[in-house]
Ligand binder design. Structure first.
Ligand code: NAP
Length: 301
């Protein structure tokens, strides 16, 4: 077991929603934010897995302020209920939950492609309905990926069936979420609110500190994985750029943060470059319109 977390209180009084907080990088965002005094809302689809994460965090941070918000980002009904369950001021939302691989015919409850529907449309609909609760200086962090660079965005064809590799479609879903965040940054330009992107690099479970009830990695796999440590990192370290984007005073609206090491796979948070396509105002505006039309949810700005 790694050493206990040094407790800080620099986020006392802040409330931060993390989607997909029961596992992987989202769990580490929740644990580390709670250890800094933030009140953390864990947006999770499984009450059992969410409760396991709460137990793991409170075992490390005894005075952690946590609340589970039940949300399945693949269901517009669930998203509506989740938004109705939030009535506190939100200082930040980390849009972390994500599906990383899927079959071409996998769909959300509403019939959208599983990765586009969950990773992008689900977060769009959730944020749109949470907007009345955003603090005047609230931050939204869209969790992107290096894979966004291999994707082409066609806003008018978001709901079309796709062909090609799962990785390419994943990249498209992440690029869509990022392009939306950069569009939000433009639409919020005369407000005190911020929209940023961040990515965790290449972050894997076998290099991640163990937590009870979370993913179990066999000892031999952990031992072998240490050979990859010069190139990739654990999900605990992968959470750092997301947390930085959500909390650091130097992070600004429109930024994109990721690991500073080779290929952006590992390392301390630094500003990284997003593709021209996800920064395109024309693409961002078209995606916004498409998302409103597909979800039937208007995003108030
Ligand atoms: N790991 C990497 O190297 C890497 C690289 C680039 C970007 N990212 C991004 O970082 C984020 C976290 O990745 P990870 O590696 O930590 O993934 P992970 O370990 O697979 O965790 C994914 C989280 O998303 C949740 N989730 C999936 N579908 C959901 C839905 N419909 N509703 C609510 N929650 C849902 C999962 O909940 P369940 O437990 O219920 O499934 C889980 O909590 C993702 O957005 C991913 O695209 C990761």
């Amino acid at each position: 077991m790694d050493a206990p977390l040094p407790l800080r209180h620099d986020l006392d009084g802040r409330t931060i929603l993390v989607t997909g907080a029961n596992a992987g990088i989202g769990y580490w965002c929740a644990e580390r934010l709670a250890a800094r005094g933030a009140r953390v809302l864990l947006g999770c689809r499984s009450p059992e897995r969410a409760q396991t994460a709460v137990a793991a965090i409170t075992a490390r941070v005894s005075d952690a302020q946590l609340r589970i918000v039940s949300v399945d980002l693949g269901s517009l009904d669930s998203i509506r209920s989740a938004a109705a369950d939030v009535d506190e001021r939100l200082d930040a939302v980390i849009c972390n939950a994500g599906v990383k691989t899927a079959r071409t015919d996998a769909r959300t409850h509403d019939g959208f492609d599983l990765m586009i529907g969950t990773n992008f449309l689900g977060h769009f609909a959730l944020l749109a309905q949470l907007a009345p609760f955003f603090a005047d200086d609230a931050r939204v962090v869209a969790v992107g990926s290096i894979a966004h660079r291999f994707a082409r965005l066609e806003p008018g064809r978001l709901s079309d069936p796709w062909r090609g590799s799962s990785l390419r479609q994943y990249g498209r879903s992440k690029a869509a979420l990022m392009a939306f965040a950069f569009e939000l940054d433009r639409r919020w330009s005369d407000t005190g609110r911020s929209a940023l992107c961040a990515h965790p690099g290449y972050a894997v479970d076998p290099l991640t500190a163990p937590r009870p009830g979370l993913v179990e990695v066999p000892v031999v796999v952990r031992a072998l994985a240490t050979l990859s440590r010069p190139f990739v990192q654990g999900k605990d370290d992968g959470a750092a750029p997301l947390i930085h984007a959500a909390t650091a005073s130097e992070a600004e609206s429109g930024d994109y943060w990721g690991p500073g090491g080779a290929l952006e796979f590992r390392g301390a948070p630094t500003r990284v470059r997003a593709s021209d396509e996800v920064r395109s105002p024309a693409t961002g505006a078209a995606l916004w319109d498409a998302a409103e039309q597909l979800t039937g949810v208007r995003f108030p700005t």
